[in-house]
Write a protein that binds this ligand. Structure first.
Ligand SMILES: [Zn+2]
Length: 342
């Protein structure tokens, strides 16, 4: 059967119509391209983050942007790593900035700092929730910081860990201490013990010291993310690029650190120095979500007095108990949701 032959030749009028259509199409395409909300490379717009996470109210100022929902208020400051979430300070890996005239933060801060804190149940479903390893800092010949009245960091850390063990065991957790007495123990060995005990969570307990007697307050640390300097570092080093074993728990680390810092500040009433990032050996090599806490400054007169006070140490231990239990409750809920998801 012979197919009918069609002519593809256009008359002059048809050709003009064709060109006009093509031009219109190009204009529409260009207009769409202009209006489409393009995501800048490496950055997330804060207003987009707010929209994705159901923040109904956004207050934009010259120096600050604040997102509000029924549960959460987050305040970002321009060109700053400091963020507050429901009043607790968190340090971003990189400062916020304006990109194409809009507030933005790095993708890594959106994905590995802010989002896990807003949606912890989406990211904790594969963690455990039973075994806790407490790591009293220093010990033996290593006294750690020394207070003005010869108060030793290693003793205060052990005292807090012992109190904390009692309260956590009372809630049904299995608790191990990396040291029970005043002995030296290598940093790497503390992580190996946690691995041998199949730890679900690791907390290293310390007290701070500074050359300035005025430095005071409480801070917690989660492991730094690859490619970014630690919060207290000046400038970037080659070792900042390395991904450490503890980075496989980045999402658990940030949620745990935030729960602990939030609880410590609420219960102690001390100055909030925030949840920071650092590459401490115990954080780099912990086999499970891990945080390091600095419970006050031995070098500060007021806080060294508090760190001698049994009532204050009991408050710190209670705060850590709440923070750890809040984290574990989130893991339990996340696991239930994960088990229900086909
Ligand atoms: Zn220490």
């Amino acid at each position: 059967m012979q197919m009918a032959k069609h002519s593809y030749k256009l008359g002059a009028a048809q050709f003009c119509t064709f060109l006009a259509c093509l031009a219109t199409l190009s204009i529409i395409t260009l207009a769409c391209a202009k209006e489409a909300p393009k995501k800048p490379k490496g950055f997330t717009y804060i207003q987009q983050l707010a929209k994705t996470n159901g923040f109904g109210q956004i207050e934009v100022g010259v120096e600050a942007i604040t997102l509000r929902s029924i549960w959460t208020t987050i305040a970002f400051t321009l060109d700053s790593r400091r963020v507050t979430m429901n009043g607790t300070t968190i340090w971003l890996n990189a400062p916020t900035r304006m990109v194409n005239g809009k507030w933005a933060l790095t993708d890594i801060d959106a994905d590995k700092t802010i989002t896990p804190l807003l949606r912890p149940l989406d990211c904790l479903g594969h963690y455990g929730y039973k075994t806790i390893v407490l790591d009293p800092g220093h010990g033996g010949k290593d006294s750690g910081g020394v207070g003005p009245d010869t108060l030793l960091e290693k003793e205060t850390a052990l005292d807090i860990a012992r109190k904390l063990r009692i309260s956590l065991a009372g809630l049904g957790y299995k608790v191990h201490l990396t040291r029970e007495t005043d002995i030296s123990i290598e940093l790497q060995d503390r992580c190996e013990l946690a691995r041998a005990w199949k730890a679900d969570l690791f907390i290293s307990i310390h007290c701070n010291s500074s050359s300035s007697p005025h430095a005071n307050g409480i801070e917690s640390f989660a492991l730094s993310l690859p490619g970014y300097p630690s919060t207290n570092a000046r400038g970037q080093k080659a070792s900042d690029e390395v991904e450490n074993p503890g980075n496989k728990n980045d999402l658990g680390n940030i949620v745990l650190g935030h729960e602990i810092q939030r609880s410590l500040i609420k219960t102690s009433g001390r100055v909030d120095r925030g949840l920071r990032r650092a590459r401490f050996v115990v954080l780099k090599n912990a086999p499970c979500p891990a945080a390091l806490v600095e419970c006050g400054f031995l070098s500060n007169q007021e806080e060294s007095k508090l760190l001698r006070d049994e009532a204050y140490l009991a408050r710190i231990s209670k705060a850590l108990t709440y923070g750890i239990d809040n984290y574990m409750s989130k893991v339990r809920k996340a696991r239930l949701i994960a088990a229900d998801t086909p």
